[in-house]
Write a protein that binds this ligand. Sequence first.
Ligand SMILES: [Ca+2]
Ligand SMILES: [Ca+2]
Ligand SMILES: [Ca+2]
Ligand SMILES: [Ca+2]
Length: 729
Amino acid sequence: MQKRWAGLLLCFLAAAAIPGTGLADSPREAGSGWVIVEYRPGPGEALAAGDASEATHSRAYRSLPVPPGVPADEYAALLRLDPRVVSAQADATVFATALPDDPYYGPEQASYLGQIGVPAAWNTATGKSTITVAVLDTGLDLAHEDFAGRLWENQADANSNGIDDDGNGCIDDRYGCRFINLDKNRERDCGYTSSERTGAVLDDHGKPGATSHSHGTMVSGIIGAAGNNGKGIAGVAWDVKIMAIKVLDCGTLAHGGLPSGEMFNVAEGIRYAQRMGAQIINLSLASAPGDQKADNPALREAIQAAQNQGILIVTAAGNHGSNPSQPGPGYPAAYTQFPNVVAVGSTDNTVGNTWASFSAYGPAIDFAAPGFNIASTTRTALGSYGRDKGTSYSTPLVTGMFVLMMARNSGLSYSELLQIAASAATPAPPAGHGQNWAGAGVINIGAALERMPMAVTGTPMHDWKDLPPGTEVRATVDGSECGSTTSFGFGPVTRFVLRVKATAESAGCGAPGKTVQLHFGGTPATPTLTWGGLNADLSVINKDISTVSPDPGAIVVQPLGNSWSNIAHLDADGPLPNALSYLPNNWVAAMRWNPGSPGEGGGSGFLVAARSAPAYVNNWPSIQRYEALWIDASAANVATLNPNPVAGRTVQLMPGWNNIVYTGTSLPVDDALSSIDGKFELVMRFDNSTGAWLTHLPGRSRYLNDFGGLLKLQVYWVLVTEPATLTMN
Ligand SMILES: [Ca+2]
Ligand SMILES: [Ca+2]
Ligand SMILES: [Ca+2]
Ligand SMILES: [Ca+2]
């Protein structure tokens, strides 16, 4: 069986332990929520003559903190109303360059990580523990100090009972799984006793004193060793989960101490990684170039399945570049038919990131990354930290880049990530052989992060009801056009998928602290979106964004139908019927719903005020502003002055139906009624013009509800289950 599968070669050359080193500094901070205000010079603040050349300095700029709960832009708009204020605008958030305090960062890593923009990338993303990278390699030192909290775990089989509890084909696979065939050499040199798939994923590469060792632990550390923890090195991603999949043995004498494995087991490892939820797979391994046995259907099917699920496979080109007869990359890097397979070559980062003469080359190479003196974690028993060279170690730098990109925006496809990484790469200098060795170029992780767009998906709405397919959806930032698309029908709903450009792609567009304004059909929508700073996710999924009918102006017009209409009393408090003098003269009777609480002995019912009946007929002597009433009249428009209700008005609601005048900001129903969350079952509105009842059932699909939001100064019926205080802001 084993002979059918090609042997694998590792893509590293020689490792060395790192000597002791000093500490790097670690300035870290993040600011947000400030408004820059420019005040006019007041009396007695006239400029001194000598200051004329520095007029801008003599103006009074001040930085004011934004009050909690208030969008910075709105606070700035408020301040601009002050006649003493010349200008006020929300401050952009900037971040100090966050350098990690890991002791080997400065002396060992800063040079080559600086060349590929990693410190700049850390201004906006340092990783995310929700992202899982499967490392198919020699395993991992699970107890290493720089992997504390970075181990992916399979909770469903996190025991040692010898049983595959979760039926995933691997026994006791708490941290990952081992896929290695047993043979005589492995039995003798590695101490393996079976080919069984188990959770035995400890890195066993190298013996004490060996010049090379800990391949899997090194590869994993480059991707995701804990950063800024004051220990060892910093991974490109300070925070990520590593799934350890052992497909390479300890390095048998038969292979000169080089770890090896079977391509079939690599395919099995890819399938395991996919099943168990990895988003990226790192393969710092390759077959010998030209070994056609390595191109097998099992491997192709596993890669295809990973591609179908949007999983990136980042794989080493191999170290055969110095052999002119077979310089090409081995498999799986050699596959060009799978766009999710990213083949990585090495630069010589000690000589201007030129081609590293060991690095395999050919059409399949997609990116290059530094490959010399790459520092990382080693097995604790062998000294914990070391450095090495080879495409094995360029590959995890590229994997780390994709982790940071996914941390910055979780909503992009792998092909979008690849396109952004390619556009951000630094063109590579040509090599003497004249062939492609770096693909799109040398990765620039900082530039890639700066180019990440905001991804917004949802439904374009007006008053929180779907607008039709074909609606134009646009985004602006400070008035600059930063992306547009057209909505489309998706079953019964309307959808859009919008990319909002970053300022690195289109000047004036997104940057930390900036406000993104969406427009549906040319109308500004609410709420606006904020371009987040450090470790904020730029993916916005299904947030309710809507254009909203404008609030009533100085005059509020309410339509009456023929017969009964439900309107808001916006005029002053007063005795009935005189207080209703704004109604047409033909009104007959008015009623008000009086909610009651049966448990407290009260009863619901209508209070009545007839216009020209004897006083003893009426049980409703006076009305107050913001009461809702029914009026029996003929069709007309009723106009009253807008009382401009203040925010924070409260209404006491009783179990059963309540008829209210909504005086808060126009909002989606759930937001408008958040103060009685969980206590209301149904909201209704009577359309006076048509005489129809409209309903909104919380939790029901939006397209089945008649309305989706509460609009300012409209009248609603709310069915509540218990006494509740509604606050309208
Ligand atoms: Ca299992
Ligand atoms: Ca088990
Ligand atoms: Ca560390
Ligand atoms: Ca490729």
